[in-house]
Structures are given as structure tokens and as C-alpha cells.
Write a new protein. Structure first.
Length: 328
């Protein structure tokens, strides 16, 4: 085992246990006040780091990669999505990119279900009323939402998180439908009693609830375009826990404002941390600040995967979570 300690720049504050272990194993440079790094700071970081540990808030585009010194060999991202990194530019410079797949699946699926429940059963509106001092007591016709049991859930992206959402949703009596780049294995489909739709257009027109769980790639940018949002069955609900860029946010806000879409639960946005002004004004939308994977257990597990990826690289092995291999 190598005792070499690579210069490792960590762009955001991570849980103490992870930072402490990184200090022991690497020449770790930490971000103690947790500010999101400016472009200038990122460029300075890639100029000295052998290993960079970025998060979703760091845009590692081709210019940042071009500014990196020859010592930068590994980008060990803290998170599963890698749409903030220009993978082609990294590959051209022979910089290995890793992520942290698998360890935030259950947390993100839990939050997807929480949003589905919150939107269907109007949890935020109810909580607001209970706190407002305006509640005049129970009434047979107040706070009516939509029953989930017996409804159809259409999952856009049936990877790890989509399947974990499907398992949970079945327990709530929803029937499972999905659209995915590739059809999942027959045994997975059978276990979930899931119906595959090769045509996303066809699926959207028939679902009561839509959950977006696919990664953001050039192929999924605005997958839910203005045209497709218009195809969604009137009165349906939509939740997004993947990336804002997968949905045309302006068109979504429009559909919610006109009421053709009955409600939405969003954890992610097209231009984070900014949220479309119209969405902020609507009361048929539940808005969360990108917290789908935000559990202490999840963050520790993500940090451990980052450490494993760096350590295996330092020891001369191929890090387990190389992103390029996952895309093949
Ligand atoms: C993470 C996420 O918290 O991992 C992802 O892709 O979207 C989040 O849940 C974030 O990306 C950390 O960098």
C-alpha cells in the first residue's frame, strides 16, 4: 500500500469524519467555510491539485480542465450525477473521473415518494393552514387531495433510483410504468409488475403521476420539452428529483399556472440556486432545495466512496467508480 499523500483539493465542506480521514490519508486542502468556489478559485485549485473533489456546485467545464496543470490526474466527484464535469475534455487530458453511485439511491427514492405524497395530499398547504391560526376545524370538503392507490405512476429513467422508487410506489398501491433508454431485465420488470413504454410521448399521455429519475446528459436535456409537457394527461402530477435541466422549467411553470398539470414536486431546478419566478408564486407546487440525498448516512457513504476511489488510485489500481466505464 502506498504511503504517498496526493495534494487533494476538496471544494466544499464535507462531514467531519470524512474530512478527518482525508487529512490522514492525503494532503487534503479543505474548504472550512463551505463557500461555493468561484471560477477563479476552481482554476487555482486545478492548477495545484493532483486530485480534485468537486460537487454539483462546481462547473468543471472544458476551460477549467484546460487550465489544469499536468499534475491533475483524478477528479473524484462527491455525488452521482456528473453533468457538471466535461467528461470528454477530462478524458482527452487522461484525467480519470469517478463518482459515488449506489449510496444515495434509497435516500433519493424516499424523497421522490415524499414529494409524490406531499403533492397528492397537499401536505405543505395543510401544514401552512395548521400554523396560520386561520384553521376553523375539520370540514368534509376542506384540504381534499388525490388518492394514490389505484393510480398509474410513470417513471422516466428506470436506473437504480427509478427502480427504488418503483418498489416504494408499489407499496402505496400505484401501478408501475416506465420509459428508459433500455428496457430493464425481464426479471426486474416482472418483480415490479412494470409496463415498459418505448414511446415517452405515449406514456406521458396516460399517467396520473410522473416521476423523473433519469440522469441529465446531452440526450436528456429538456427531455420533457414544451411539446411533451403538453402531452401529459390533464390533471396529472409530476415530480423531479434528478436534474432541473431534464425539464423545460418555463414550460412546466406555464402548465402548472394554467392548471393543465395539477401539481408538481421539485427538488431540482434548471438554473440552481435560482428558481423560476412563476414557480415561486404557484401554490400547486412543492419546492425543495436540492435535498434528495441529504441524509447524514448518505453523505458519509458518499465521502467513503470518494476516499476509496482516491486511495485505490494512489495505490496504483483502477478506482472502482470510473464514470467512463459506467457510460459504456
Ligand atoms: C448530491 C445529486 O447531493 O449525487 C447527485 O447527483 O444530485 C445530489 O443528491 C450532489 O450532487 C452532491 O454533489
Amino acid at each position: 500500500m502506498s504511503t504517498r499523500k496526493p495534494v487533494t483539493v476538496v471544494t466544499r465542506k464535507l462531514p467531519d469524519a470524512i474530512e478527518t480521514r482525508m487529512m490522514e490519508l492525503f494532503q487534503a486542502q479543505l474548504n472550512l467555510d463551505d463557500h461555493a468556489m468561484t471560477r477563479g478559485e476552481l482554476i487555482a485549485a486545478v492548477g495545484k491539485a493532483e486530485v480534485l473533489v468537486p460537487t454539483v456546485t462546481d462547473r468543471i467545464d472544458k476551460d477549467v480542465i484546460a487550465a489544469s496543470g499536468p499534475q491533475l490526474k483524478l477528479i473524484a466527484s462527491f455525488g452521482t450525477g456528473v453533468d457538471h464535469i466535461d467528461l470528454a475534455a477530462a478524458q482527452a487530458r487522461e484525467i480519470v473521473v469517478t463518482n459515488t453511485p449506489g449510496v444515495l439511491t434509497d435516500d433519493t427514492a424516499d424523497m421522490t415518494m415524499a414529494l409524490i405524497l406531499a403533492v397528492a395530499r397537499r401536505i405543505n398547504a395543510g401544514e401552512k393552514l395548521a400554523r396560520s391560526g386561520e384553521w376553523r376545524g375539520w370540514s368534509p370538503t376542506s384540504m381534499l387531495g388525490a388518492r394514490l392507490t389505484g393510480k398509474r405512476l410513470g417513471i422516466v429513467g428506470m436506473g437504480r433510483i427509478g427502480q427504488a422508487v418503483a418498489r416504494r410506489a408499489r407499496a402505496f398501491g400505484l401501478s408501475i410504468h416506465y420509459h428508459n433508454r433500455k428496457r430493464v431485465y425481464p426479471d426486474v420488470e416482472a418483480a415490479l409488475e412494470a409496463t415498459y413504454w418505448e414511446s415517452l410521448d405515449q406514456m406521458l399521455a396516460r399517467m396520473d403521476v410522473i416521476a423523473v429519475t433519469c440522469p441529465h446528459t446531452p440526450a436528456t436535456y429538456h427531455l420533457l420539452s414544451s411539446r411533451r409537457i403538453k402531452l401529459i394527461k390533464p390533471g396529472a402530477l409530476l415530480v423531479n428529483t434528478s436534474r432541473g435541466e431534464v425539464i423545460d422549467e418555463g414550460a412546466l411553470a406555464q402548465a402548472l399556472a394554467s392548471g393543465t398539470l395539477a401539481g408538481a414536486g421539485l427538488d431540482v431546478y434548471e438554473h440552481e440556486p435560482a428558481i423560476h419566478k412563476k414557480l415561486l408564486e404557484l401554490d400547486n407546487v412543492v419546492l425543495l432545495p436540492h435535498m434528495g440525498s441529504a441524509t447524514l448516512e448518505g453523505r458519509l457513504a458518499m465521502g467513503e466512496r470518494v476516499i476509496i476511489n482516491i486511495k485505490t488510485w494512489v495505490d496504483g489500481h483502477r478506482p472502482p467508480d470510473r464514470v467512463i466505464e459506467q457510460l459504456l
